[in-house]
Ligand binder design. Sequence first.
Ligand code: SF4
Length: 452
Amino acid sequence: MLMINILEQRKKQIYKKGEKHFDMKCETTSLAGSVSQRACVFCGSRVVLYPIADALHLVHGPIGCAVYTWDIRGALSSGPELHRNSFSTDLNEIDVIYGGEKKLLSTLIELIERYQPKAAFVYATCIAGLIGDDVSSICKKVAGLTRIPVIPVQSEGFKGTKKDGYAAACHALFSLIGTSGNEQKVPFSINILGDFNLAGETWIIKEYYARIGINVVATMTGDGRIDDIRGANRAELNVVQCSGSMTTLAKLMQEKFQIPFIKVSYFGIEDMSEALYSVVRHFDNREIMEKTTKLVSSEIERIMPTIADYRRKLSGKNAAVYVGGAFKAFSLIKSLRHLGMNVVVAGSQTGNNDDYTLLKDLSDEGTIIVDDTNPLELSKFIQEKKVDILIGGVKERPIAYKLGLGFCDHNHERKIALAGYEGMLNFAKEVYSTIMSPVWQFRVSREGTEDI
Ligand code: SF4
């Protein structure tokens, strides 16, 4: 068994269900030396804003920041694809000494002239912050010259956690909302917040809403468009999927435009159904409710025989779940239960106290719950709990493969839609084919191994 001592200062961020209760330490900066799995502030803001497809996204920093986040989300667009470029001011030694403002100004003007975007987002990175470039004033100047919104995103990487990047992105979006000149409300309408159209998931969800008679004004930010976002104040309800990233925006919109919000998850059978029902309950309309009941029952009826088939094969297998937002962890636990599987390790990068209370309630006895974990801890718990599959994001993949177990990408880079009823089928298939892959017969036995 791998021997790893948990760092003393991290002990309150790890809880084993069944042990003496304590409030988990969370929403804090990562412990120095613990090699967090989290990304930086800049990366947090970029992943949120990136799917706005008709905007220019310019990273003001050394080339590495832009490369590290290039095409980081598999966010699909039904039209323009400007977002898939990774523009950077490529700050180098000379700029660090003399300042990068001139370079930012000329780069922005050149790119806007060449690509004619609907708006531009300018991301401040660590170096831009350290050399003191005034990104906001350059953006203001360029907005005046080009007559498009040029929005600074104050996301210097060192400034906090990935969650601070989410907040910076929300403030950037908020500056656009209500600028369309049209304030008329759209009946039975919502904005979709925090679905990023990975592998076309926003389209699946929008289709459900269309079938039950709910109008979608703006999707923030999956398959996003600047004009839709400017008019997002016309919606009657904000529906927040990725609560870690978008609750800040929902609260800002509630305050300024009196638009209420609800938090949902589109993953798994129960949570997908509850997402639709909670929207419909808000509008309290009999016709919409009837259509919703019909949609939910027909979809569940359609997928259940296949799910039951997978369940027969996967029953008793162990899973570890480590994702960005805690809401996704809840949905994954429920989805894996449908497959007869046990979640023996569960955690998130950005969960808050309420999230961890819920996660403890939802988990089985003995489940290890972790906040802002690191590769060594994850490896230890995976081995101790005899995990068959790790479900996480791109940074967790090598951990799983090095330990010789299956991996399912439930984050930025996946190419398979996992949201909605269709997504539940895809998820079951993915989990099954990964765990059952014949490749695992070649792994070194975990029993009796002393190291990774
Ligand atoms: S931590 Fe700083 S330098 Fe590194 S990618 Fe983030 S913004 Fe760039």
